[in-house]
Design a binder for this molecule. Sequence first.
Ligand SMILES: O=C(O)C(=O)C[C@H](O)[C@H](O)CO
Length: 310
Amino acid sequence: MADFDIVALGEPLVELNQTHKGQLQYLQGFGGDTSNAVIAAARQGARCAYLTRVGNDAFGAQFLDLWQSEGVDTTGVQTDDDAHTGLYFVQHGPDGHAFSYLRRGSAASLMNPALLQSGLIERSRFLHVSGISMAISTSACDTVFAAIARAHAAGAQVSLDSNLRLRLWPVDRARAVLREAMREADVFLPSMDDMQHLTGNDDPERTLDWIRDGGAAGVVVLKLGKDGSIIDDGRTRTPVAALRVDAVDATGAGDCFAGSLLARRCQGDSWEDAVRYANAAAALSTLGYGAVDPLPRAEQVLERLKLLAG
Ligand SMILES: O=C(O)C(=O)C[C@H](O)[C@H](O)CO
């Protein structure tokens, strides 16, 4: 039996989140899509580990404390004496949240395939990576593809979240790289918004056709925001409704979805049950500010699902 359910790879970012629209008040928290996902998974009871590099600075130390307090294994986290931990700001406006980054040259962006020598991928059921993990630098992109190759060789499943951030790379490169990676994924988690940028169309069925025609062979869960998700297992397409809530901050909701989905698959849920659970967890994660603080725990999600069923 594998030691870990999920190992994720990517960049953690210190978060400064504007808590009142238009005001210069920021709350310090934590972000970074794959770190958010792995913490969400740990809160649902999964055994998790993280692969990254942080700076030898106060923020790097805060992240190590955070992961350890969340029960996320940090033996695969390297500390860099010469590069910093990255940072981002979240601002809220009429069209939702917007990110600004201070991350160029960060410790995580300097990762290379030597990061994988800890052997954590070989001891895990799922490797989780994202578009951001591949966008931050060429060496990080190489690290992701090397990680995928290791996962395949060891029989671990690969999960890929599209997480397209066009501030980080040009759309043509993003399309080419994500297409290559989605063919390697056992679980591909694109959002409709991301796919619209890549394909130019806003129709979910045509988007799923584009993904299949592009060679994706695994399970695809297309995320439609407040309209829920569609599971495409290669034979049938099953819509799953979203949980409606009054969201205050959707930062990290997709990451919560990914982590919760993988955690529930590891606990034996069918795809449909796991997606219903992940939809509920993601909705609950939007009720507070920040990517990590509001991530719900299993009891809260189960309680909400029970209320819905009753
Ligand atoms: O945008 C990024 O690169 C981040 O990782 C910051 C956020 O935490 C993330 O985007 C939320 O999904």
